[in-house]
Ligand binder design. Structure first.
Ligand SMILES: [Zn+2]
Length: 319
C-alpha cells in the first residue's frame, strides 16, 4: 500500500466516526419549501448500494470513499405539490469535488464524450448556427455552464461566436483551454454581467444542490433576449410511480443526481425565478429567421417543437 493510499484510508477512517460530516441534509422542498415525504431509504452500506458503487466506480475507487458514507442514508424525498424528488443527504463540496475530480474515471469519461462528439458534431453545429442567426452583430457570446470536456462549444465554426466555459473539474478545465475556449473563474463572474447571448446547461442541474442560486446567477449573466437552454434527465416515470425506483444510473442515481425533475417541476422552479419558456409561436419565428439566414435543420425544428410541449429539455428567453 502506498503512502498516499494509507493517508487516504486514515483520513476516511477519521471521517467515518463522525458520519454525516460530508453531507448536507435537506428536508424541505427546494422549489416550494414545504416539507416532503420520504419515499425510499437505504443505508449506504446496504448491499444494493455497495454493489452499485463497486460496479459503477470500480472496487478500488469505491474503497477510498466508502468510509465517508458510513452512518449515512440514501434517502429520497418527494414533494407531492411540485412533483419533485430530491436526495435528502447531499455531498458537501469536498466530497463532491473528490467524486467528480478523483473518483469518476476521467479517461473513460473523455472517451465517451469524444465518441458522442464525433456522432453529433453536425447536429451541434446546427444548434450553434441557429443561435447565432437569432442575433445581429458578430460578437455573440456563448456560455456552456458545466461544459464537461467542452465538445459542444467546440462544434461550431471559429470566429462566428465566442465560446466560454464554466467547469468545476480542473482536469476538464485544462482540456477545454487547449481547445481555445475561455474558462471562466467562478470568482470572476462579476465581469460577465449582462454578457451572454446564449447560456446552455445540459445535464447539470440534477447534480447541483442549490439550483435556485444558479438560476439567479444565470439571469445576471444573461443579456436581454438571451436564450437559455436547460436540459435534465426526465424523472416523470418514477415521480408518477415510486415503486419503479431502482439503485442504478438514472434520474435518482445515488450521490450524483441530487434532484429529479418532471417537466412540471422543472417549469415550476424556473417560473418562480421569473423565467419564461419560449412559446410555440416564438419557436416558429426563430426557425423562420434561421431559414432566412441560410440555416436549415429539420431535425432541430422537430426537436424544438417536441421540447416545447413534452420534454425536460426546455428553451427559455430572458427578457
Ligand atoms: Zn415543492
Amino acid at each position: 500500500m502506498s503512502l498516499t493510499q494509507t493517508m487516504i484510508l486514515n483520513y476516511t477512517s477519521q471521517v467515518d466516526q463522525i458520519g454525516m460530516k460530508d453531507f448536507y441534509k435537506t428536508l424541505n422542498c427546494k422549489i416550494c419549501n414545504k416539507k416532503g415525504n420520504i419515499i425510499f431509504q437505504k443505508n449506504y452500506d446496504d448491499r444494493d448500494l455497495t454493489k452499485f458503487f463497486e460496479t459503477y466506480y470500480g472496487l478500488k475507487k469505491y474503497k477510498f470513499f466508502k468510509n465517508r458514507l458510513k452512518n449515512v442514508c440514501y434517502s429520497l424525498i418527494k414533494c407531492e405539490n411540485c412533483k419533485f424528488i430530491w436526495q435528502k443527504n447531499s455531498p458537501k463540496e469536498k466530497l463532491s469535488f473528490d467524486l467528480y475530480d478523483k473518483i469518476i474515471d476521467k479517461n473513460e469519461s473523455l472517451i465517451k464524450s469524444k465518441k458522442k462528439f464525433s456522432l453529433r458534431k453536425h447536429k451541434n453545429k446546427c444548434e450553434i448556427d441557429f443561435v447565432i442567426n437569432q442575433f445581429q452583430g458578430n460578437q455573440i457570446n456563448f456560455l456552456d455552464f458545466g461544459a464537461g470536456w467542452g465538445h459542444w462549444l467546440n462544434s461550431g465554426e471559429n470566429r462566428k461566436y465566442y465560446p466560454y466555459a464554466l467547469e468545476m473539474s480542473k482536469y476538464r478545465q485544462k482540456y477545454i483551454s487547449k481547445l481555445g475556449i475561455d474558462i471562466i473563474d467562478y470568482k470572476n463572474l462579476g465581469k460577465y454581467k449582462n454578457f451572454f447571448h446564449f447560456i446552455r446547461m445540459d445535464q447539470v442541474v440534477e447534480h447541483v444542490d442549490e439550483f435556485r442560486d444558479i438560476f439567479i446567477l444565470i439571469k445576471k449573466l444573461a443579456k436581454k433576449d438571451c436564450i437559455f437552454y436547460l436540459s435534465v434527465p426526465d424523472g416523470e416515470d418514477i415521480i408518477k410511480d415510486t415503486s419503479k425506483i431502482r439503485i442504478e444510473k438514472g434520474a435518482v442515481q445515488p450521490l450524483e443526481h441530487l434532484n429529479c425533475f418532471s417537466r412540471y417541476s422543472l417549469l415550476k422552479a424556473l417560473r418562480l425565478e421569473g423565467f419564461k419558456k419560449i412559446s410555440f409561436f416564438e419557436i416558429l419565428v426563430m426557425h423562420i429567421k434561421n431559414l432566412f439566414k441560410g440555416g436549415v435543420s429539420v431535425s432541430l425544428f422537430l426537436r424544438d417543437i417536441k421540447d416545447c410541449f413534452y420534454s425536460t429539455s426546455i428553451k427559455f428567453r430572458i427578457r
